[in-house]
Design a protein around this ligand. Sequence first.
Ligand code: CMP
Length: 141
Amino acid sequence: MPLERTLSIIKPDAVAKNVIGQIYARFEAAGLKIVAARMVHLSRGDAEAFYAVHKERAFFKDLVGFMSSGPVMIQVLQGPGAIAKNRELMGATDPKQASKGSIRADFADSIDANAVHGSDGAETAAAEIAFFFPGVNVYDR
Ligand code: CMP
């Protein structure tokens, strides 16, 4: 499996629940290393720019409002097959559909307050890492 980097965000609901450490422990137990991290309170403009791909979707306004409602913890995860591995750990977008034992099944309340975000592919991962960590080279390992 290729060594990859992916962008992960612990969303305002999970930060408010004080479960950053529990979520980090899951990344680490799965062999993912946290190679960059910072806590940020996103402005509406930051959230709109980050989620621009969804701007025509009906949920966009709520998504932007939620993501700028409190601090988020943003990290770059690195490991073999990190992009798919992180998505497996997160579980389905809607926590009602998320597999038992996944982060969303255990910590998320709704499709909006769904605890975590993770890049969905290699191109998205490179773009999302560059958005929040312009100094981090996705190919530098
Ligand atoms: P995330 O992985 O951060 O990517 C976009 C977010 O939009 C998603 O998680 C959900 O929190 C939110 N969202 C709200 N409604 C929907 C929906 N119907 N489909 C996909 N994402 C949704």
